[in-house]
Each structure stands twice: as structure tokens, then as C-alpha cells.
Design a protein around this ligand. Structure first.
Ligand SMILES: Cc1cc2nc3c(=O)[nH]c(=O)nc-3n(C[C@H](O)[C@H](O)[C@H](O)COP(=O)(O)OP(=O)(O)OC[C@H]3O[C@@H](n4cnc5c(N)ncnc54)[C@H](O)[C@@H]3O)c2cc1C
Length: 296
């Protein structure tokens, strides 16, 4: 039987209270969101926090809204809520694509968007989806709040810019006209972590790609993004030839490792192929938005 080490438990009553508790208990305290990553790590003694600060009562961090031209997602929003959100799916289909293939209903019912991002697992699906969408993260600390781009948020495997006395509170994605997005994942079995996955977002200006975002996960892409492939696409015609070139560049710039999920060569192949598939589907969706006269 796996049993976590002794730990103190505090229940936060508000964001301010959570921040005060983080300051009071110091760097050995950890936020408890859905617990789907933290509790297993505690059972294996890979994490041994002295204090857990439970934020599950903070309904003010649990929302999806469109405000000032942005989709805003509270950090405590559960995977299942994101999957059920019509407004998220309407503007950013990639989020529904990704959520449909994250774990299983039990994990999705309680695991949170913020917990997924803060866990910073190198195979996390939402990290790639938000990288593709060029999202912005809102982080709150004792001195107030600050924002960082999705590309700056992760500093390495299991590491983020969120300091021990700070809380991720919100994710923001700008809603822009001419946009379409998609996510493609290959896993060993249904509900498993990805062997490799790619997300794409495209904003069109006529037949040209005004801007592209490509997120990759589980293949060793820096900051979960394929920046060199995006640079090739920005201003390029929205064609199969452009997508093939982007896929090739994405594969060349990632650094996959061989592990129990598959050999590095296969993961590199997935980076190329899934990038092309995601771009293709994102383009179809951007064109459909255009016909419908909608933004996003
Ligand atoms: C069986 C299983 C299968 C899974 N499959 C997948 C998969 O296919 N794809 C995928 O992407 N994920 C998968 N996951 C992970 C799942 O998405 C979890 O929800 C996620 O890892 C963590 O979310 P959580 O809310 O449970 O976070 P927790 O476990 O509560 O916390 C994780 C970490 O983040 C910190 N934290 C949490 N919230 C905040 C916050 N707001 N501010 C600062 N720090 C915070 C915690 O202190 C902790 O260090 C799987 C998990 C399980 C158990």
C-alpha cells in the first residue's frame, strides 16, 4: 500500500486567504487542486509537502467567460467543465479536441485546468493547446497579479514561473477574427497520456496565414511550441505545401526521448505528421468560421 507522509491540511476560504496561507507556511506548502497529480506523487513520496492548501472551495476560480474580447478560464475550472463549455468550443475547438482525449471521466470531473498547467508534466495536453493559442496566464501573489505568456510559463519539466507564494488564477485567450484550431494526439490506449500530440491555431487573411500557433507535447519541444515552424507559416499561403514544410521543421526542432511510450524516432515522426493533421483541420475550421462570418 502506498501511503503519503504526514502532512498538515488547510482549507482556503478565498484567494487572499490561500495567498496568506502560502506565505505563512512557506515553500514546503503546496496548493491542492484536483489532486490527480499531487496525491499520487505524495503516495510515491516523490512529493512530500509539509502543508496542503486546499483551494477546492474557491468557486471564484471556477468559471469560463468571454470578457473584453477574451475567453477567460478560472484556474480551478475542471476538465469536464471546459469540455462542456459551448463558448470555449465555439471559439477554440482545439480545447474540446484536447479535453476529449485527456484521461477518463473520473480524472476530468475533478482535475483542473490550473493544476494541469502547474504540474508542468512534459506530456501535458493542455500545455500544448494553450501554447498553440498563445494564451496568457494570470498569476496572483502577495504583491498583486502579473501576466505571462504561455510560452514563458513553463521553465522546464515540472517547473513553472509560479513562485511558492503565488497562485495561478486565470488563463486568457484573445478572440480574433479568421481563426480556427485543432488538436491531434496519439496515445497507446484510450485515456492514456500522449506518445505525441500537436495542436494548431491559424488566423487567416484571405488565402494567407496571417498568424499561426503550433503546440507540441511529449516530444521535447521547448515551451511546448514549434516556434520555427510558426515563423515559416506566418504570411505563407494556406496550402498543403506550407503545412508539409511546417511539419518537417517542427519535427527537426523537437528533442524527443525514447521511453516506455515509444522510441524517439517514432515520436519525431508523430511531431511531423500530427502537426500537418492539426494544421489541416485548423484551416478547415478557420474557413468555416469565415463563411459563417464569425471571429475566433
Ligand atoms: C490516470 C490519469 C490519467 C491522466 N491522463 C492525462 C492525459 O492523457 N493528458 C493530460 O494532459 N493529463 C492527464 N492527466 C493529468 C490530469 O490532467 C490532472 O488533472 C492534472 O495533472 C493535474 O490537475 P489537478 O487539478 O488534479 O492538480 P493537482 O494534482 O491538485 O496539482 C498539481 C500541481 O499543481 C499545483 N497547483 C494546482 N493548482 C494550482 C494553482 N492554481 N496555482 C498554483 N499551483 C497549483 C499543485 O500544488 C501541484 O504541484 C492524467 C491524470 C491521471 C490521474
Amino acid at each position: 500500500m502506498q501511503v503519503p507522509a504526514y502532512v498538515e491540511y488547510e482549507k482556503a476560504a478565498s484567494v487572499e486567504h490561500a495567498l496568506a496561507l502560502l506565505t505563512r507556511f512557506g515553500p514546503e506548502a503546496r496548493i491542492l487542486a484536483g489532486g490527480h497529480s499531487l496525491i499520487p506523487m505524495m503516495k510515491l513520496r516523490l512529493a512530500q509537502p509539509e502543508t496542503l492548501i486546499d483551494i477546492n472551495g474557491l468557486s471564484e476560480l471556477c468559471y469560463l467567460t468571454v470578457t473584453d474580447g477574451e475567453l477567460r478560464i478560472g484556474a480551478l475550472t475542471r476538465h469536464a467543465q471546459l469540455l462542456d463549455s459551448a463558448v470555449a468550443g465555439e471559439h477554440f475547438a482545439i480545447l474540446h479536441d484536447a479535453e476529449r482525449v485527456i484521461a477518463d471521466p473520473i480524472v476530468r470531473n475533478w482535475g483542473t485546468v490550473g493544476g494541469s498547467l502547474c504540474q508542468a508534466d512534459p506530456s501535458e495536453d493542455l500545455s500544448a493547446a494553450f501554447a498553440a493559442l498563445k494564451a496568457t496566464m494570470v498569476i496572483q501573489g502577495p504583491e498583486g497579479s502579473r501576466t505571462v505568456s504561455a510560452r514563458e510559463f513553463h521553465t522546464g519539466p515540472y517547473e513553472t514561473v509560479v513562485a511558492p507564494n503565488e497562485l495561478l488564477t486565470e488563463i486568457r485567450i484573445a478572440i480574433r477574427p479568421g481563426g480556427g484550431s485543432a488538436y491531434e494526439k496519439v496515445g497507446r490506449r484510450v485515456g492514456d497520456w500522449p506518445v505525441g500530440a500537436a495542436g494548431a491555431a491559424i488566423w487567416l487573411a484571405g488565402e494567407t496565414i496571417a498568424e499561426a500557433g503550433i503546440g507540441l507535447t511529449a516530444v521535447g519541444a521547448p515551451h511546448f511550441a514549434a516556434a520555427e515552424a510558426e515563423a515559416l507559416l506566418n504570411g505563407a499561403p494556406a496550402t498543403e505545401a506550407s503545412f508539409a514544410q511546417a511539419g518537417q521543421i517542427a519535427a527537426e526542432h523537437c528533442r524527443p526521448s525514447s521511453d516506455q511510450r515509444g522510441p524517439a524516432d517514432y515520436k519525431r515522426h508523430l511531431a511531423r505528421e500530427l502537426t500537418v493533421r492539426a494544421l489541416r483541420r485548423a484551416l478547415r475550421r478557420a474557413q468555416a468560421q469565415d463563411v459563417a462570418g464569425r471571429g475566433g
